[in-house]
Design a protein around this ligand. Sequence first.
Ligand code: SF4
Ligand code: SF4
Length: 171
Amino acid sequence: MATTISESNKLTFTGYFRNIYEAFYTCGKGMWITFKYVWAHKPVTIEYPEVKEVLPEKARMRLFNDAENCISCTQCALSCPVDCIYIASKPRPKGEEVPKTTNGSPIRQILTQYTIDTALCCYCGLCTTVCPTECLTHSHDYEYSQYSLSGMKVDYLNDDVRAWRERIVKE
Ligand code: SF4
Ligand code: SF4
């Protein structure tokens, strides 16, 4: 009986120091992981808006329709899964010279409305993929928040939008 008590005390004594060792070991291990990220890894944050994110080449941000090259074929609107592209056009008067897009497609219809509700857009890219004249593209502009949902409707025949395109192209 006396031997059993002594062994029990010995185990407790050993366990005490083992606990201290494990506490230091796990603490050191955790701090090692922390310092590894502090010293060995570059920061993943940037000081936006002073520093802008560099996007991948194929990033799909704000849509832009270079309306002068649009032939009103409506393929973009038909392919859109959320129906957020609104197009209207009228036939060109008989006898009027038919202009061409930069890739040589005849512009037979006169575009009278080209609006995209970017609040509905899911940036799937289908509309840009089917566009035969490649006038509809995703820009790299991601700074177009608005105070109202109606502000997210973009009229691509509006001069302000064209000015916005010039700003993006220059950057
Ligand atoms: S990116 Fe997709 S959701 Fe947005 S307008 Fe184009 S087809 Fe529609
Ligand atoms: S697919 Fe291209 S050319 Fe056809 S209506 Fe849409 S933007 Fe215009």
